[in-house]
Design a protein around this ligand. Structure first.
Ligand code: CTP
Length: 425
């Protein structure tokens, strides 16, 4: 069991409050000192005795109980972590605005602890621009947003807005707790190393005005580049159509368009690199021929067939050709209905690609691309899980770089005896 920490669980007024009983129970079971702070509205859904029984601590929703103990400040100051589950649209708005008109509001404002929120509301409320803006504000401040998922809502409604399951919320909360225990100043554990990161999505031209592309924003790759720089590395970013400008002091950026251009740029930078991270979404196929002129409907008729040819697999090539002391990290973007199936796809890819580490993440219509957060499982070259990380893309990048440092035997330039091609390469 980990050290016991003080965790405040804020409960706000939504039907998912009944599921939050499970959150409190799991945190208590994990050995933590849990203080529940419900809002008055939350108590309409689940009563005070339940919270006291489950948390094993006294509970009040009022600012005016126990005033001598300055409860509204004391709880916030004592907290190592605050979790708000469920977080209604109203409570997200209050948190974003910094309102402190109840015990939960004052506790959050009086605290320096990390904050995890698990939104729960109807789909319309979740997708309302006001809620989106509040969530974006909270994320910018470093608040970790867990979910919501899709599924049955109150009444007969079904859609996005359903609070994540208690075990997911608790797993995210415990990861935040663990990360907050780490030193705030990044270790210079990549000092003097040369790191190449690919990011974004390649585009394969069809004609002068059209291309085949993908939805990668490049945010995860850019987060890797920033994290590696902060840890002392010299970083080259091979960038394919990033969603935003990258203006980072000290970062060398090479812009590319197609998979072939990316292969050239990455392979040449990799010749002197100690670490290569292939975070880019590389097109697996390109049009067999590129039309010199715009493809015209009149000439093609009702159906247009494209013939595609396979692009070289850059990652597999890098892994096969890696020098002793060089560490190669790949990604596996997968669509899978369950974690087990996701891991199985990851394992197969890990052994096929032969990289030292493979970062597996779920992608889909609503997951992965473009978002500011990511959830990944890191596999070694044989496909065994060596780490898991969830949170901001920067936090995920740092967690993966921790594994890179571990694989290399710890420390910066001059260490790195590991990274010998593994038997699976
Ligand atoms: N990759 C690469 N060259 C390619 C395709 C992919 O280097 N032509 C790299 C990606 O940068 C990523 C890893 O391989 O690090 C896995 O990419 P992914 O799209 O998940 O897998 P694929 O190999 O394309 O396999 P599939 O699309 O069949 O899942």
């Amino acid at each position: 069991m980990t050290d016991s920490k003080t965790i405040v669980v804020g409960i706000t007024g939504g039907i998912a409050a009944y599921k939050a009983v499970g959150v409190v129970r799991l945190l208590v079971k994990a050995g933590h000192d849990v203080h529940v702070v419900p809002t008055e509205a939350a108590l309409r859904f689940v009563g005070l005795p339940t919270w006291e029984a489950i948390s094993r601590n006294s509970v009040t929703a009022s600012l005016y109980d126990d005033v001598a103990a300055v409860r509204h400040v004391a709880l916030g100051q004592a907290a190592d972590l605050i979790v708000v589950a469920p977080a209604t649209a109203n409570s997200l708005a209050k948190l974003a605005a910094g309102l402190a008109d109840d015990l939960l509001g004052t506790t959050v404002l009086a605290s320096r602890a990390p904050l995890v929120v698990a939104p729960a509301m109807h789909t319309e409320m979740w997708s309302n621009p006001a809620t989106r803006a509040n969530v974006a504000t909270l994320r910018e401040r470093g608040v970790v947003v867990v979910g919501p998922g899709s599924g049955a809502l109150t009444g007969t409604d079904v859609g996005e807005g359903r609070m994540s399951e208690p075990d997911e919320i608790v797993a995210a909360a415990l990861r935040v707790l663990e990360a907050s225990a780490a030193p705030a100043v990044p270790a210079r554990d990549l000092d003097g190393l040369r790191v190449v990161v690919s990011a974004g999505g390649t585009r394969e031209p069809l004609d002068p005005v059209r291309f085949l592309g993908n939805r990668s924003s490049g945010k995860q790759g850019v987060a890797f580049a920033r994290a590696a720089l902060a840890r002392g590395a010299q970083v080259t970013l091979v960038a394919a159509h990033l969603a935003g400008e990258v203006d980072v002091a000290g970062l060398a950026v090479i812009d590319v368009t197609t998979a072939s251009e990316m292969a050239l740029a990455v392979e040449s930078a990799a010749e002197i690199a100690d670490v290569v991270v292939m975070a880019a979404a590389v097109a697996d196929y390109r049009p067999a021929s590129v039309s010199e002129t715009k493809i015209k409907k009149d000439a093609e008729g009702d159906e247009l067939t494209l013939r595609l040819v396979k692009n070289p697999d850059i990652l597999a090539g890098l892994a096969a050709a890696r020098r002793p002391g060089q560490t190669v990290v790949g990604f596996a973007a997968e669509t899978a209905p369950t974690r087990d199936e996701l891991l199985e796809l990851g394992r197969t890819k890990a052994t096929r690609k032969g990289a030292d580490l493979l970062v597996v993440n779920l992608v889909g219509w609503a997951a992965g691309f473009g978002s500011d957060d990511n959830t990944v499982v890191v596999l070694d070259g044989a496909g065994s899980v060596v780490a898991e990380s969830a949170g901001s893309k920067r936090a995920v990048a740092d967690a993966v770089l921790d594994e890179v440092v571990r694989v290399r035997g710890g420390g910066g330039a001059g260490v790195g005896g590991a990274g010998e091609p593994s038997p699976s390469a």
